[in-house]
Write a protein that binds this ligand. Structure first.
Ligand SMILES: Cc1cc2nc3c(=O)[nH]c(=O)nc-3n(C[C@H](O)[C@H](O)[C@H](O)COP(=O)(O)O)c2cc1C
Length: 121
């Protein structure tokens, strides 16, 4: 289990239908940039999560960030502590030609996460 604090709200990215919590990890983890299926615990509830580690090249950014989108969750995570466990690597990060192309991929990632975690939750 890795614990982290949510350092930005959960509303950015909502314009794409994928709000994300930007995380500050308590202990750094050394994993390849990309997307992972993860179980995420917040306030004693476990959610399915899409964890992204990378620099957001589609947006022209370069700083390594950790973000998570929770499935079947709505609410505000700002300032909360959460913990997560990575279950499976889904894909490497990519630079998409457009935000629309990124969102199409995020929809496929969500299906992959649902399929992977259906057995575990
Ligand atoms: C599951 C997931 C996968 C992502 N994959 C990529 C990616 O492959 N390439 C990329 O440039 N950004 C990727 N992103 C980051 C998005 O660009 C970012 O979350 C979105 O633009 C909203 O950013 P903001 O919350 O900082 O506004 C991913 C985000 C999530 C949650």
């Amino acid at each position: 289990m890795t614990t982290a604090t949510v350092i930005h709200g959960y509303r950015n990215g909502s314009k794409f239908g994928f709000p994300t919590a930007n995380l500050r990890l308590d202990t750094p983890i050394d994993i390849e940039n990309g997307v992972y299926a993860a179980q995420v615990e917040v306030d004693n509830i476990t959610y399915k999560g899409m964890l992204y580690v990378g620099t957001r090249p589609t947006l022209g950014l370069t700083e390594k960030t950790y973000e998570v989108h929770l499935l079947h969750f709505s609410g505000n995570l700002y300032g909360k502590t959460l913990s997560f466990e990575i279950v499976e690597f889904i894909r490497p990060e990519q630079k998409f030609e457009s935000v629309e192309a990124l969102v199409e991929q995020l929809n496929r990632d969500r299906e992959a996460v649902e399929a992977i975690l259906v057995k575990t939750l």
